[in-house]
Design a protein around this ligand. Sequence first.
Ligand code: AMP
Ligand code: MG
Length: 317
Amino acid sequence: MNTTTGHDLAKAAHLLNTGELVAIPTETVYGLAANALDPDAVLKIFEAKKRPGFDPLIVHAGSLEAIRHFVEAIPPAALLLGESFWPGPLTILLRKKPVIPDLVTSGLDTVAVRIPAHPLTAQLLDMLDFPLAAPSANLFGQVSPTRAAHVKDQLAGKVAYILDGGDCSVGLESTIVGFPENELPTIYRLGGIPVEEIEAVIGKVEVRPHSSSNPQAPGMLKSHYAPRKPLFIREEGQDLPENASYLRFSDYLPGIPASRQLVLSKEKDFRTAARNLFAALRELDSADTSSIIAELLPDKGLGRAINDRLRRASVRE
Ligand code: AMP
Ligand code: MG
């Protein structure tokens, strides 16, 4: 299959209408999209990504009305969150109607739903009469794509068209929130909306992002988002290996050539750091060094989600 890149919404809509895959820009990361109501189309996503069938997909819709067609109900707290953060980087788990194929949810009775904020994808969703199932447009377990060229690097030949929406403005996957019965609302994945902002709207939540304790979110495997070369997390004051690349939050380490260091945000701005994170990991991965040494950010706000990605990308020693 020949993979082309462009801005042609009619072409993207036509491919999706005929059961093909299209890579779409969102504010979080690029998604690999298919008609969420068509199991044959959805199967192509799993094949292209080499994604295991136990890892459910997020369904993207253009509006709350569209969502009501495929979920049983939207609980009041979920509605409050949707009204506060949609369109935006928040995914909510809701009870699905039978029209959502089991393949999309890996057999779970909830479906992960989001209204994305990228204007091109919003227009595309408006043109379609079905929602889009779309996981990140990378090979399973690898670094998520935040620009069209990243998608092409990993999925050329496996997706017909990449809708180019430029660099992703958030750069981190969505925060996933669920409402388990008789429990506090639960965050299953840290992401583009910080925990503090969610709690400001619905009060105290549980944060339970790891697969080991949380088989309900099978995608949250501990090793994920990983570059090809080993990534180690180093605390201040630990040994600094030769022949490594360094991922820094805001300043350069003394004594290491600047050419081997990447700074995520000189201004210590978490949003900038999030936007740069995955492109930085890719760049360090292709540098002529044997490992990546990453520094954790302050563990609050978006820093917490960035640290989660760095920990999942890291080699555990
Ligand atoms: P991705 O689209 O690649 O960012 O991954 C989507 C992630 O959403 C999965 O890996 C799961 O962690 C989570 N997810 C999707 N659907 C559900 C669901 N029904 N219940 C719990 N987690 C889900
Ligand atoms: Mg992913």
